[in-house]
Write a protein that binds this ligand. Structure first.
Ligand code: FMN
Length: 188
């Protein structure tokens, strides 16, 4: 089993990564992490190269991600809430998935295939925000572009006062979701 983790946090040892690391402890197989804050991936500039050609005109770290998205079994999106949304850096990364939409819906490429995957969303929030509707909706759009079915989400709130490492409920949920991904993979 292979899992790709896409982190939208600038904090490598922050709350979102604490929950990611808890999942990684229990996940079977290989794990690869993309830190959207420090990889070499530019945003989509709507050059429309992909309207008429296979692939993306921007030759950067995203080429590897396009390939990984056809290899991995799971995708985990982890992000702090910034202004009640996924972080801008994560959205900038996600804009490059426009290639998939265009291949399918504009270029109607019959050879375009996207491996089916399972997904988990991890959200961290400093305040007492219990409404993740907006960020969940955005994450689901991203999952859909990746042909990924969300199997659940875990959130940690009040991180301004209680860091994720002390949020026992969230840590337990993270572990349960990792075990569920293992189980789903074993059934497939
Ligand atoms: C620019 C910015 C915007 C934020 N907006 C929100 C917000 O809208 N709601 C909230 O509950 N917390 C907000 N926070 C707090 C973060 O979500 C919180 O600190 C989170 O636990 C950080 O996660 P990380 O350690 O994984 O980066 C914001 C923090 C920053 C820096």
């Amino acid at each position: 089993m292979k899992t790709l983790i896409i982190s939208g946090s600038p904090r490598k040892n922050g709350d979102s990564m604490t929950l990611v690391n808890e999942m990684v402890k229990y996940l079977d197989g290989e794990v690869q992490v993309i830190h959207t804050y420090d990889n070499n991936i530019s945003p989509c500039v709507d050059c429309r190269y992909c309207w008429h050609n296979k692939g993306c005109s921007i030759k950067d770290g995203m080429q590897e991600v396009y390939q990984l998205l056809n290899e991995v079994d799971n995708v985990i999106i982890a992000s702090p809430l910034y202004f009640s949304e996924l972080t801008g850096q994560l959205l900038s990364f996600a804009s490059r998935l426009q290639l998939f939409f265009v291949s399918r819906s504009i270029r109607k490429d019959s050879e375009f295939i996207q491996k089916k995957k399972n997904g988990v969303l991890i959200i961290s929030a400093g305040g007492d925000t219990r409404n993740y509707e907006r960020s969940s909706r955005t994450a689901n759009i991203i999952f859909r572009q990746m042909n990924t079915t969300s199997i659940g989400s875990v959130s940690t709130i009040h991180t301004n006062t209680i860091p994720a490492k002390d949020d026992i409920d969230a840590l337990v949920k993270a572990r349960e979701l990792a075990l569920k991904l293992n189980e789903l993979h074993n059934l497939s």
